[in-house]
Design a protein around this ligand. Structure first.
Ligand code: DLL
Length: 444
């Protein structure tokens, strides 16, 4: 650590970070007040939510303390899908200023909406993230999260700009240009997925650029699971400080939680996002310190309040307080999800999407396997598909045509480039129990 603890904690106190240090009693009071407000809003404006409460015979007046949150029904991803596209909105379109979307298990994405106030809250939590990472006005932040429907790019962009930093909005891709700009502009911090940064490290070495020699001093990495050993590798090979940032589209995007310079868990911006941990099987709330599924309730969202959203992310709320003296609680790293979602280069991919795409195309068999590898730090996905013997023995042109068709269908459904390999019927391993569709060799 370059600074002493005291120097760092003084330097970190950006004015926007004030709520991070709020006395706990005051924070709990604010949370109850906001919880009642957000539930009343959802009850008034969202038919789906009101029906759920009525089924349980609950009204917003039944909420007196934070413990009462457990009375509320959960919201799950299929609720967003079932009400696609705008069924969970609590604001009229005239008040919505932004829409984002993330891929779901079917062809239709999950849609999320923001009012002007929501964008302001989103921006403010990202300022708090960056300030907690020790970044400030004068920093040059290269933002290599994808710009577009994905929340990473625009979310981090607004936050970095509001912090007063100079933003270099490179978006994802084109590693050589990322490295050139990082070097020529004297970039001091980078935002991207951790695996993309690993790729940049490898590519820079090939180009003869040493990250250790650059002014780059921080990386704000998230959108996919990563490990402490990956942090060590990143920090050792680039001499930067690597921070873990967490978030999800349904709640706001990046900026639900972020590490501070102590790196002892991710501080959750609890004044806007109320966290619970529940048993993923039973939904029963678990005490701080127990591992389970993270459930989040938005306390100030206008356009699309989320009540007790089941994130499927497995983590724990850390007991005790952080050395940085923030009073907001911390969660552990997300190591895994309770469902089968794969995250490839920051994009969410479900094996079921692959399956659905394959089934549409004639000449393939419903036997396929997804092989995940990591090449030069970048996730690669290969889809091996068995083809009918007839097709396999046919002219080479037919196989090429099928290959192109499959490639097109998968690119379209998944939104990322994957490798397609056509293999002979019965050549893929069979399982006696559940089929093992995914072989993940990324950690090997
Ligand atoms: O990935 C938002 C984001 C962008 C977060 C940039 C951080 C940085 P989604 O595409 O909706 O949103 O994916 C959300 O990604 O439920 C987790 O499973 C996973 N995830 C996000 N951040 C982390 C992290 C964005 N730091 C899903 N560690 C979440 C592990 C993460 N998993």
């Amino acid at each position: 650590m370059k600074n002493s603890v005291l120097e760092a904690s003084v330097a970190e106190r950006h004015p926007a970070s004030a709520p991070d240090y709020m006395p706990v009693a005051e924070l709990r009071e604010l949370q109850v007040e906001r919880l009642r407000g957000v539930v009343a809003r959802a009850w008034r404006e969202v038919k789906h939510f009101r029906a759920r409460l009525e089924e349980r015979g609950i009204t917003p007046e039944d909420l007196h303390s934070l413990d009462d949150v457990a009375k509320l029904p959960f919201t799950v991803k299929s609720d967003l899908r079932d009400t696609y596209p705008f069924g969970l909105f609590a604001s009229p379109m005239k008040d919505v200023v932004r829409l984002h979307a993330s891929s779901g298990t079917t062809g239709k994405p999950i849609v999320v909406a923001y009012t002007k106030e929501d964008v302001e809250v989103w921006t403010s939590v990202l300022v708090r993230c960056f300030a907690g990472c020790g970044l400030h006005r004068g920093d040059i932040i290269q933002n290599a999260y994808g710009y577009g429907l994905f929340t990473g790019g625009l979310g981090a962009h607004y936050g970095a700009e509001a912090l007063g930093a100079a933003v270099v909005p490179t978006s994802g891709g084109n590693a050589d240009r990322q490295i050139m700009l990082m070097k020529d502009f004297g970039v001091t911090a980078i935002c991207c997925t951790p695996t993309y940064f690993l790729h940049l490290i490898d590519r820079a070495a090939e180009l003869g650029v040493d990250f250790k020699e650059l002014p780059l001093r921080a990386g704000v990495f998230g959108a996919e699971p990563w490990t402490e050993s990956m942090r060590r590798h990143i920090e050792n090979s680039s001499r930067i400080e690597a921070f873990d940032i967490y978030g999800l589209s349904e709640i706001i995007g990046p900026g639900v939680a972020c590490e501070c310079r102590r790196h002892q868990g991710l501080h959750i911006f609890e004044d806007h996002f109320y966290p619970e941990i529940v048993d993923p099987a039973t939904g029963e709330p678990l005490p701080d310190g127990s591992e389970g599924e993270l459930v989040l309730t938005t306390l100030s969202k206008q356009a699309m309040p989320m009540i007790r959203y089941r994130t499927r992310d497995i983590t724990l709320l850390l007991p005790g307080t952080c050395e940085c003296r923030r009073t907001i609680r911390r969660m552990g790293r997300i190591g895994r999800r309770s469902d089968d979602m794969l995250i490839i280069r920051g994009v969410n991919v479900f094996p079921s999407q692959v399956e659905a795409a394959l089934l549409e195309i004639e000449g393939t068999l419903p036997n396929y396997q997804i092989i995940l590898t990591r090449e030069q730090g970048l996730d690669q996905m290969e889809v091996q598909v068995e083809v009918t013997p007839h097709m396999f023995n046919d002219k080479i042109g037919a196989l090429q045509g099928l290959h192109a068709k499959l490639q097109g269908a998968l690119d379209h459904v998944l939104g990322i480039r994957v490798k397609v390999a056509l293999v002979e019927a019965h050549s893929l391993a069979r399982s006696e129990g559940k089929a093992k569709r995914v072989i993940d060799r990324r950690a090997q």
